[in-house]
Design a protein around this ligand. Structure first.
Ligand code: BGC
Length: 412
């Protein structure tokens, strides 16, 4: 039997900044356009999903999927502190309604890496005020949209700031000198102070973590208070952390601070979102690079689809919540490798299900080839190719293949 449980969610995911285009009130827009930016290129018009969402959602449905995970952009909804744009909320209401009209379940994420510039300039998540600022935004947005949600997610990868910080500190990845220079310059450009300018992915994850956990809790309550019937949760970046010889202590520290701390904080939620791309092996008190000759993805990660089975099991065990795979995928130019990766990842999910792990859905990252943050448009995570000159979409073989699995609710 290769079937999945009745009602299993089969979806694809995007995030506002990566696909919408012209997200000019957010923090990263400034950082993409500054001289000597660390971004390979600016996001620009992205995939113009802000305007093309009706055709994209219809395409997703046509391929066979029943769920669409996307984010609403805080920087559009609250571009200045305390000003909530009714027009931006109306836009997202139309977008969510478009999912429902296509019989696609909307899974709505409130925060996916980007934030309004005013927020990041004034301490971002490092400042305790972030908790109430996020809760106020969540309350306003949920009041306007919550009746239409099928699922809601407060914060995408709430554990990634601390993951990036730990990798930087303990493992010596990423040049901290460059980061310092860029943050100081970005603060200067927006008339802020260096000590206060704290973007999600390059701030101090240790300072941000307690605020992110508290913001998730308050955000969860605020979304529920809208009267929505949608299950609410948080999503986490979960690598399959494996200990090797001499890496036991580092493994334990990373697993505790990056994975378990957040899975424990998710206890009592309606679900937990698992987002997995690869494994990380700790040995000789460092992160072991993949051995020579190991297949790597465009991100430099080891091609290791089996990671998902391990993280799904860990997430269910530690959090006690039902699990939804809210992201899994691969950056590759070779679509046949995407199919192979996804097939093996899904076989892992099937094994976990057979053992009684409560997995409710699989959402592939990503629907479209899109803006991959610092890397720009080079990595190709999409099931669908985008010609950014014409904005034409073209589903890849992997899109038809996964859509067929979704239709049949079975691995074929
Ligand atoms: C993020 C996405 C990103 C993907 C691939 C996840 O960590 O949520 O925004 O594009 O990984 O790198």
């Amino acid at each position: 039997m290769n079937g999945f449980p009745d009602g299993f969610l089969w979806g694809t995911a995007t995030a506002a900044h990566q696909v919408e285009g012209a997200n000019t009130s957010c923090d990263l827009w400034l950082m993409e356009w500054m001289p000597d930016s660390l971004f390979a290129e600016p996001s620009g018009d992205a995939c113009d999903h802000y305007h093309l969402y009706p055709q994209d959602i219809a395409m997703l449905k046509g391929l066979g999927f029943n769920t669409y995970r996307f984010s609403i952009e805080w920087a559009r909804i609250e571009p200045e502190e305390g000003f909530f744009s009714a027009a931006a909320l109306d836009h997202y209401r139309r977008m969510i309604a478009c999912c429902l009209a296509n019989d696609v379940k909307p899974m709505v994420t409130f925060h996916h890496f980007t934030a309004p510039l005013w927020f990041t300039k004034d301490g971002g998540w490092e400042d305790a005020k972030s908790v109430d600022r996020f809760a106020r935004y969540a309350e306003r947005a949920a009041k306007a949209l919550g009746d239409l949600f099928a699922y809601a997610c407060t914060i995408n990868e709430a554990n990634i700031p601390v993951m990036v910080t730990l990798m930087r500190e303990a493992v010596g990845i990423a040049g901290s000198g460059e980061r310092e220079r860029v943050l100081a310059e970005a603060a200067r450009l927006c008339g802020g102070e260096r000590g206060r300018f704290a973007p999600y992915l390059s701030g101090d994850g240790h300072k941000a973590t307690p605020h992110l956990i508290a913001a998730h809790r308050k955000g969860y309550e605020a979304i529920k208070a809208s009267g929505t019937k949608a299950p609410v949760g948080v999503t986490l970046a979960l690598n399959d952390f494996q200990p090797g010889p001499g890496g036991e202590a580092l493994h334990e520290m990373a697993d505790k601070i990056i994975n378990r701390q957040f899975l424990e904080a998710a206890k009592g939620d309606d679900y937990v979102g698992v987002q997995t791309y690869t494994r990380v092996i700790f040995a000789d008190n460092r992160v072991l690079p993949p051995a020579d000759g190991t297949e790597r993805t465009q991100m430099g990660y080891e091609f290791y689809p089996e990671a998902l089975e391990a993280t799904v099991r860990q997430a269910a065990k530690v959090s006690g919540c039902p699990v939804i795979v809210t992201e899994n995928g691969i950056g590759t130019e070779d679509d046949a490798r995407r199919i192979e990766y996804t097939r093996r990842a899904l076989e892992g999910v099937r094994r976990a299900l057979k053992d009684g792990v409560d997995v409710r859905g699989y959402i592939h990252w990503s629907m479209l080839d899109n803006f991959e943050w610092l890397e720009g448009y080079r990595p190709k995570f999409g099931l669908v190719e985008v010609d950014r000159a014409t904005q034409a979409r073209k589903p890849k073989p992997s899109a038809w293949w996964l859509g067929e699995i979704a239709r049949r609710n079975a691995l074929t």
